[in-house]
Write a protein that binds this ligand. Structure first.
Ligand SMILES: C[S@@+](CC[C@H](N)C(=O)[O-])C[C@H]1O[C@@H](n2cnc3c(N)ncnc32)[C@H](O)[C@@H]1O
Length: 422
């Protein structure tokens, strides 16, 4: 078992404060025994891609089978895994699952093999989109097959000298600020970066890493003692965060074709979270051209913000190289007016779909639209000054947009337009 010390950090401090000092202390003895048997079984399989998949699945099993896991609803039997909130905190009432699995278990090796591996293989062979079924009384989804061909590609471990051929994939693992992808060769970059001072991923990833290192390190791939890295895009200091994110965006700029788009997801409740992302976009010579709010993967992590005004939206921010943003400069007031009117329409659309937004959600919609409207023709310094001024001005408007949602009635007929593509 991985009797490895938990080093201090932003997320790890959360658990050190509760008196946990070693990663194996998050499991009980029965879990440690079962997990060690499982890891040894996978380790002893002949080397093949299927074994690699099982090694990966083992991390999923760890996530559900520890004393930080709880339940989704008392009595339902469904296990809530330990990272459902992206924080490291022991549960008042942990739920111990069955590591191996039965017909009725949740979070077990058997369940996850079926729900993650077999389901993924099935999807790969016959991909589908989900469309909302308007005929059903309660909202339900319908799988629509045949819109994309089966997923499959030759994976190249290095960028091919003659470029990528059709249906081939170059998979590069490492720092996105330094890739070997050629200049001006990419049409679209789509990325999901860390949000400012939110989750320190490498600290959390060490929970899995100590097990992987102990059982699966035959290729000497896990020689470092931790997954923490100075180039990881995350920092409690706003300027350091912006600099690290900008280093990745500069690389995106280099590899993108002139007409290319860089698209990333974001949300934040604090002004500095938005300013840091604008700083990174401007420093890498991009311009925000569109903002598309969508339902997020999960509500924001901290219980405090969940209680008062949870963020339930992510916004996809679409950026172009600055020199290719053909829009005209808008004065500060005009930019505000435009942002207000477009944000109101987007909020109305969510309301029309039966979704009431929290104040922080409204802020996400409004602020992201301000980024778009303020982008053309401004320097980074002008942009930041105007953005700060307008977010002050927006406070009252956000409140009234939030209050006025009751006037926007759900429109049953438009239910199928849940997700807009751009
Ligand atoms: C918001 S998460 C993305 C999660 C992903 N969309 C998913 O569903 O699993 C951000 C990720 O960026 C990674 N990251 C941080 N800095 C990076 C860097 N310099 N290069 C590559 N990845 C980095 C983090 O480790 C983390 O896994």
């Amino acid at each position: 078992m991985p009797h490895v010390k938990i080093e201090p950090g932003y997320n790890t401090q959360q658990v050190l404060n509760y008196g946990y000092h070693y990663w194996d202390q998050m499991f009980n003895d029965r879990q440690l025994l079962a997990l060690s048997i499982l890891a040894t079984g996978i380790k002893n399989l002949p080397t093949c891609p299927e074994r690699d998949v099982l090694m990966l699945l083992f991390s999923g099993v760890l996530e559900f089978n520890n004393m930080f896991a709880s339940y989704k609803g008392e009595g339902t039997g469904a296990v809530r895994h330990m990272f459902s909130h992206h924080i490291l905190k022991p549960e008042r009432m942990p739920l111990e699952a069955n590591v191996w699995g039965t017909d009725k278990s949740s979070g077990s090796f058997l369940n996850l093999f079926q729900s993650r591996i077999l389901r993924a293989v099935k999807y790969k062979e016959a991909p589908f989109e989900v469309s909302l079924d308007k005929t059903a009384k309660t909202k339900s989804g319908k799988k629509v097959f045949g819109l994309s061909s089966a997923i499959g590609a030759d994976i190249s471990p290095a960028y091919p000298i003659n470029g990528l051929s059709e249906k081939s994939v170059y998979l590069s693992c490492g720092n996105s600020a330094r890739t070997d992808i050629p200049d001006n060769s990419v049409d679209v970059v789509i990325t999901d970066p860390p949000f400012f001072d939110n989750v320190h991923y490498a600290e959390l990833a060490d929970f899995f890493y100590v097990w992987q290192q102990l059982y699966f390190d035959e290729k000497d791939a896990f020689t470092d003692s931790t997954t923490r890295h100075p180039d990881e895009v995350q920092d409690a200091d706003v300027n350091a965060f912006a600099q690290k994110l900008a280093a990745v965006f500069v690389e995106c700029y280099r590899v993108l074709r002139e007409s290319g788009l860089m698209i990333f997801s974001y949300h934040h409740s604090r002004n500095e979270g938005w300013l840091s992302v604008a700083d990174a976009v401007f420093s890498s010579n991009f311009s925000f051209v569109q903002a598309q709010p969508v339902k997020a993967e999960m509500s924001v992590a901290t219980p405090k913000s969940q209680a008062s005004s949870p963020i339930d939206l992510d916004v996809f921010l679409v950026c172009r190289k600055r020199e290719n943003d053909g829009r005209s400069y808008l004065t500060r007031d005009k930019a505000f007016e435009a942002a207000y009117s477009i944000a109101s329409a987007k909020i109305k659309r969510f309301n029309g779909l039966g979704r009431k937004l929290s104040q922080n959600d409204i802020k996400v919609v409004f602020y992201s639209q301000l980024l778009v409207e303020l982008s053309p023709g401004r320097s980074k310094t002008q942009f930041c000054a105007d953005f700060e001024h307008l977010v002050e001005k927006a406070k009252g408007e956000i409140d009234s947009l939030w209050q006025r949602q009751a006037e926007n009635q759900p429109e049953q007929e438009s239910l199928h337009y849940q997700l807009a593509l751009f």
